[in-house]
Write a protein that binds this ligand. Structure first.
Ligand SMILES: [Zn+2]
Length: 147
C-alpha cells in the first residue's frame, strides 16, 4: 500500500513543510485553492476521521489554529479561511489518510465553498428533533453536552 502522505512524512516524497511534532505534520497542498493552502495530517496512517484518537483530533485542530494565526500575520492574502476535512470519497476525500485543510480566502478569489440549502419546509422542528435524537443517543464521551 502506497500512501502519498505516509511517503511525505517519511521524506520519501518532497513537500513544503510548515510544522511537525510527535503527532502531526503540516505541509502545503500541491493543488492549492489559494496561496497558503495547508494540509495537516496525523503522522499515524488513518483513513477515517472517526478512527483518530481524541488526542489526535484535538491536536490537529490546535495546530490548525496556530498555523492559521501564522498565515494571518504573514503577507499571504487571507481575509478568512475555510477549515475542512473531507471524510470518505463521497465527501471528496482524495488521499485516504485523514487530513485537515486550511484554505485562506479573500474577497474576489473566485472560489465558492458551500452547500445548496434544502427546502426548509421539509425540516420542521419536530423533524429536526427526531434527527437530533437519532444522533444524541449514540454520543458517548467523557464530557457529555447537557441539552
Ligand atoms: Zn498514510
Amino acid at each position: 500500500m502506497t500512501c502519498i502522505f505516509c511517503q511525505i512524512i517519511k521524506r520519501e516524497q518532497p513537500a513544503s513543510f510548515i510544522y511537525e511534532d510527535d503527532l502531526v505534520v503540516a505541509f502545503l497542498d500541491v493543488y492549492p485553492i489559494n496561496e497558503g493552502h495547508v494540509l495537516i495530517t496525523t503522522k499515524r496512517h488513518e483513513e477515517k476521521f472517526c478512527n483518530l484518537t481524541e488526542n489526535e483530533v484535538s491536536h490537529l485542530f490546535k495546530v490548525g489554529q496556530k498555523i492559521l494565526k501564522a498565515i494571518h500575520v504573514s503577507d499571504i492574502k487571507c481575509e478568512g479561511a475555510n477549515l475542512f476535512l473531507s471524510d470518505g470519497p463521497i465527501a471528496g476525500q482524495e488521499v485516504m489518510h485523514s487530513h485537515l485543510h486550511i484554505a485562506p480566502r479573500f474577497e474576489g478569489d473566485g472560489h465558492e465553498v458551500g452547500f445548496s440549502h434544502s427546502d426548509s419546509e421539509l425540516y420542521t422542528r419536530n423533524h429536526l428533533d427526531t434527527i437530533a435524537n437519532k444522533i444524541k443517543k449514540h454520543i458517548f464521551c467523557a464530557v457529555r453536552a447537557q441539552y
